[in-house]
Design a protein around this ligand. Structure first.
Ligand SMILES: [Zn+2]
Length: 186
């Protein structure tokens, strides 16, 4: 059976797993709206605006009972985030890799998820694999994105204290000293 019968946006996970199918491709970053909202408004020109993804279904022999249904997800993308030091765009490579076990019923999924190390989800009629991928990529975003070396001089006063070029920094008491001098002169 051809893999074209499977639609990643309406994936029939159980069949996909039973047939051991593989799907992969690229989604435009703009189609992952939550992820795009986390990005910098003016990305660098070098940012590849596609999200690469790979899905593999697996039917794994269970210790007892019917075979387990698994979905293995891999994805990566270059996204432009806001540098927390200079507030300009910084390109970061993010990737996600996770396996999900699917079972029938929300209650069974919640119970197994709590009991085991596995990530267990409930089977639904269709799975939107793009949404699942987006969740994983959002989780893998760096908490504090920043350049190794910021492209422009620092502007924030707090950040300036961290700088190495102390000679160029104005001494915090310089203004006070100047004020005193002005008073003495008047
Ligand atoms: Zn920066």
């Amino acid at each position: 059976m051809s893999s074209c019968v499977f639609d990643p946006l309406q994936l029939t996970v159980e069949n996909f797993a039973k047939q051991g199918q593989v799907l992969e491709g690229l989604w435009p970053l703009a189609s992952l709206t939550r992820l795009q909202e986390s990005t910098h408004a003016q990305p660098n020109a070098d940012v590849h605006a596609d999200v690469a993804w790979h899905l593999r279904g697996e039917s794994r022999a269970g210790r007892s009972g019917p075979p387990e249904i698994w979905l293995h997800l891999q994805s990566n993308a270059d996204v432009a985030l806001t540098c927390q030091r200079c507030l300009q765009s910084v390109t970061q490579h993010v990737s996600a890799e996770r396996s999900f076990r699917f079972v029938h019923g929300e209650a069974a999924a919640a119970e197994l998820d709590a009991q085991s190390e596995d990530d267990v989800l409930a089977l639904s009629r269709f799975l939107d694999a793009r949404e699942l991928t987006e969740d994983e990529l959002l989780l893998s975003l760096p908490l504090v994105p920043r350049h190794d070396v910021c492209p422009q001089p620092l502007v924030a006063p707090d950040a300036a204290v961290e700088g190495d070029d102390g000679a160029q920094q104005e001494h915090p008491f310089a203004a006070l000293a100047q004020l005193k001098r002005d008073k003495l002169l008047s």
